[in-house]
Every structure is written in structure tokens, then in C-alpha cells.
Design a protein around this ligand. Structure first.
Ligand code: C2O
Ligand code: CU
Length: 470
């Protein structure tokens, strides 16, 4: 039926009202578009990347505790993808693990993520499909849920730390599953960035107090961070507020996936450097520049008071289910290689040289390299919902591994038999070579969840599996 001009004008005039009414009835999701882009990054004027909303890192997504995150991913990438909301306690169907919790989002398709945000804190989001490639190409961003009673600060800043490995032509090196990387420390880039920029500077005025949310979004790089010349306190790790502010002294170890919230007092003028000294040598990460009268010092302020801890359920250790995960493999392995016959490994290796987009199986959890999609894998352990779990992580490799559990926060009870005072809460725990960690948590979130190394190349090489809460 043809529409008359009057009706058309009327319809046009009413369209915004109708749209507003529709919004009030059923709010529209915020779109989040993943697409190839060229951005100024890593010291390059126009680096070809994959980006959320055309920027690297992706937009800072900010909410208040209790709000509903309602975001529709629009996949304009050449490859299928998903979004994982790292560290949030969310319903299993929103966790973004392809095949396990949702189908992959094909190119040109959309997927709506919608869930309430139960806890304040610093989280982040990234794809969980082809992760070594997609995260390295630039897909990662901060997800901040604001505290109800945050310590008062003049500024609240996110520093998303990353590194890029560029090839000789200055582009992102596209060998994402290199055997050396997968079997050793993962893909370490040569170009360190803060919020996508090299030589990042935060400008402050003398006397300001700021909150700095550090997120390690690198594929594999572990940071050992030191801020020289300013006083800082740790007030939260992995989103969970600390009991009390802990003075930042010495090196703060931040493995891939981990976060630390710091309060810093700009109590000395000048340029203060954030330095990473993990492994050999030292690298500049970023700079805090404090303006003011030369040599001006402001009076030391009392330590900030972290927000109240969220109501994470306390594990009941006497009634806990006990499980052990033994991590093996890697170069210079101690537990040997996985069971795959050598010929299969060589065959895979040769396929890879021919341009394959998969890793070799080189890492094991309880004797198996868990390769590829996880939906066909037998769970590493299963527990009834509500049960407390005591989980031992036994690292029988010569490498560091940040082990991430989906859907839950865990308490770290002991390291190598030494009990930890005030057992800290984490969603990602960093194991040093040969470490034995004892964790505990209440498995109160039903579903099929991943537990994996957040060195993305290690996960691709077999270091990860599923646990189920029924
Ligand atoms: Cu941040 Cu399973 O990942
Ligand atoms: Cu690892």
C-alpha cells in the first residue's frame, strides 16, 4: 500500500517518539562492533589492527554495581569471534566461550550479551576464539564497575597494559602460533603500550590523589612493576577490594589477565616512571608527570580505605571436594610431552609451516593436552552447585602460568606449603615455575566453565580444560 506524503511526514515526525517509547519499553543494547581498522598505535601512524568500535584498546565500558550490561556484539571481522567478560560472576550462557557456552558469532552476525553486574571492580573483555590472534590484533578493553563506596580520589584512570610484536615492516607479525612461542614463554612483543600508546604520560597536579586501574591485556608478558618516586597503595586485585590498603613497595607481579587497582599520591613534582623489570633488563611502561612548584612536596596523606569486599561466599574447608590439577609439558619439560605420538606432532608442525592456524599440543593438564574447542572434552572435575572446592594447582613445568578460572573468584590459601595471611581473592593466579598453589572457592555458579592458562599461546597449546558445576 503506497504511503501518502502526509502520513510519511507524520510518521517521520513521530519516529523519534516511537523510538523513545520502544527504548523505554525495552532498552536497546549498546552496540559493540569488532572490525578491522587502521589506528595510530604502537608508535605507528596507521597500524592495521582489529578493533572494538575502531579503537585500540576498545572503549572503556563503565557501569554501576547492580546495573545490567546489555551489549550487542556486531562481528565485522573476517573470522568468527565471541566476547568474554573476564572476571565477572555472570550466568554461564553469557561467558563467551565458543561451543561451550554459545555458538561462535560468524562474520556479519550479532550476539547480545545481557546480564546484571553483581560486583564492583576492574574487569576486562576480549574475544575467546582464535584468542592468540584476535587479542594480539587489538581486541581488548576495560570493563569498569564502579564502587558504591570507593575511596575518594581526584581522578580515576585505566591503564591497559599490552605489548605488540611487529615484524620488519612495522606490521603486527602474523605468525600467531609459532612453535617457539607456544612451547616457551608465549608471544612476547617488543613494543610496550599503555592504552595503545607507547610512551604514555599521565599528567597530574601536585597534591592530587588518583586511582589507577592496571590491566594486563598482553598475550603472554608478565609485568614486574615498580613506580619510582611516588607513594602508592594496592586497594584491589582482580576486582576484589583488599581488606586494607597495602603500600606498593618493590615489584608488583601482574600476569596476563590480572588486574591491580592502585591509589597514588602525586606528592612529588617531576616525571616518575613506571618500570617493568620481569626477567632480564628493565623497560619503561609509562610515566606519571606531576606539575607544580619545583621540588614541591605535599604533606603525606593517610592511607586510602578500600571499599567493602563483595559478598563472596567463604569456602567451607572441612566439607570441601578436593581436586588436583597437574600442569605439565613445555620445552625443557619435567613431566615429558603429552601422549600424542611424535609423528603426529611433526605432521602438525609441518602443517603449521604451511600456514596452519593452530598450535602444537605441548602443554598438559592432568596428562592431556586439551586442544581446540572444549565442548568435547571430559571435565577436569565436576561439583554439585554450592559445594566448596579445595583445588591444588601443581606446576611441573619450568615456566610461569597465570591460571584463570571462569565464573568464580578463588581464595589463595597457600603457596608451596606456606599459608598466606588474609588469603587473597583472585580470578587469575600466577604460578611460578614448579609452584604448588592451594586454592579454595564455593562452586556456586552452575554451568560448564573454563580453567586455563592466560598465556594465550599456552592455552592454544593444550593448557586448559573444563570444570562443571551442576
Ligand atoms: Cu580472560 Cu578465559 O579468559
Ligand atoms: Cu601457561
Amino acid at each position: 500500500m503506497p504511503i501518502g506524503r502526509r502520513e510519511l511526514l507524520l510518521a517521520t515526525a513521530l519516529a523519534p517518539l516511537a523510538a523513545a517509547a520502544a527504548r523505554a519499553a525495552a532498552p536497546l543494547p549498546r552496540p559493540l562492533r569488532a572490525a578491522p581498522a587502521n589506528v595510530a598505535a604502537a608508535g605507528q601512524p596507521a597500524l592495521p589492527v582489529w578493533a572494538y568500535d575502531g579503537q585500540v584498546p576498545g572503549p572503556v565500558l563503565r557501569f554501576r554495581r547492580g546495573e545490567v550490561l546489555d551489549i550487542e556484539l556486531d562481528n565485522a571481522l573476517p573470522d568468527p569471534t565471541t566476547v568474554h567478560w573476564h572476571g565477572i560472576r555472570l550466568p554461564n550462557a553469557m561467558d563467551g566461550v565458543p561451543h561451550l557456552t554459545q555458538p561462535p558469532v560468524a562474520p556479519g552476525q550479532r550476539f547480545r550479551y545481557r546480564f546484571a553486574l553483581p560486583d564492583a571492580g576492574t574487569y576486562w573483555y576480549h574475544p575467546h576464539l582464535g584468542t592468540p590472534e584476535q587479542v594480539e590484533r587489538g581486541l581488548a578493553g576495560a570493563l569498569i564497575v564502579d564502587d558504591d563506596a570507593a575511596p575518594p580520589v581526584d581522578e580515576d584512570q585505566v591503564w591497559l597494559l599490552d605489548d605488540w610484536r611487529l615484524d620488519a615492516s612495522g606490521r603486527i607479525d602474523d605468525d600467531f602460533y609459532g612453535f617457539m612461542d607456544v612451547s616457551h614463554a608465549g608471544r612476547i612483543g617488543q613494543r610496550l603500550t599503555v592504552n595503545g600508546a607507547t610512551d604514555h604520560v599521565l599528567d597530574l597536579q601536585a597534591g592530587q590523589r588518583i586511582r589507577l586501574r592496571l590491566i594486563n591485556a598482553a598475550n603472554a608478558r608478565i609485568f614486574a612493576l615498580e613506580l619510582r618516586g611516588l607513594r602508592g597503595w594496592m586497594i584491589a586485585r582482580d576486582g576484589v577490594p583488599a581488606d586494607h590498603a597495602v603500600p606498593w613497595e618493590g615489584q608488583l607481579l601482574l600476569g596476563p589477565g590480572m588486574r591491580a587497582d592502585i591509589v597514588i599520591d602525586a606528592d612529588a613534582t617531576g616525571r616518575h616512571v613506571l618500570v617493568d623489570s620481569f626477567g632480564r633488563g628493565e623497560r619503561l611502561v609509562g610515566t606519571v608527570a606531576v606539575a607544580g612548584r619545583d621540588g614541591q612536596r605535599t604533606a603525606a596523606r593517610p592511607a586510602p580505605r578500600p571499599a567493602a569486599a563483595p559478598p563472596l561466599p567463604a569456602p567451607k574447608l572441612d566439607a570441601a571436594a578436593e581436586h588436583t590439577l597437574v600442569f605439565g609439558g613445555g620445552m625443557m619439560g619435567m613431566g615429558g610431552w603429552p601422549d600424542d605420538p611424535w609423528t603426529e606432532r611433526v605432521a602438525r608442525r609441518l602443517r603449521r609451516l604451511g600456514g596452519s592456524r593452530e598450535a602444537d599440543p605441548v602443554w598438559t593438564v592432568n596428562g592431556h593436552a586439551h586442544m581446540g574447542r572444549h565442548d568435547g572434552h571430559a571435565p577436569l572435575f565436576s561439583v554439585p552447585a554450592g559445594r566448596s572446592v579445595r583445588l591444588v594447582l601443581d606446576n611441573r613445568t619450568r615456566w610461569w602460568h597465570p591460571i584463570h578460572l571462569h565464573g568464580h573468584h578463588v581464595q589463595v590459601l597457600s603457596r608451596n606449603g606456606q599459608p598466606l595471611a588474609d588469603p587473597p581473592w583472585r580470578d587469575t593466579v600466577l604460578m611460578a615455575p614448579r609452584d604448588q598453589l592451594e586454592l579454595a572457592f564455593v562452586a556456586d555458579n552452575p554451568g560448564r566453565w573454563l580453567i586455563h592458562c592466560h598465556v594465550l599461546e599456552h592455552h592454544a597449546g593444550g593448557m586448559g580444560g573444563v570444570f562443571t558445576v551442576e
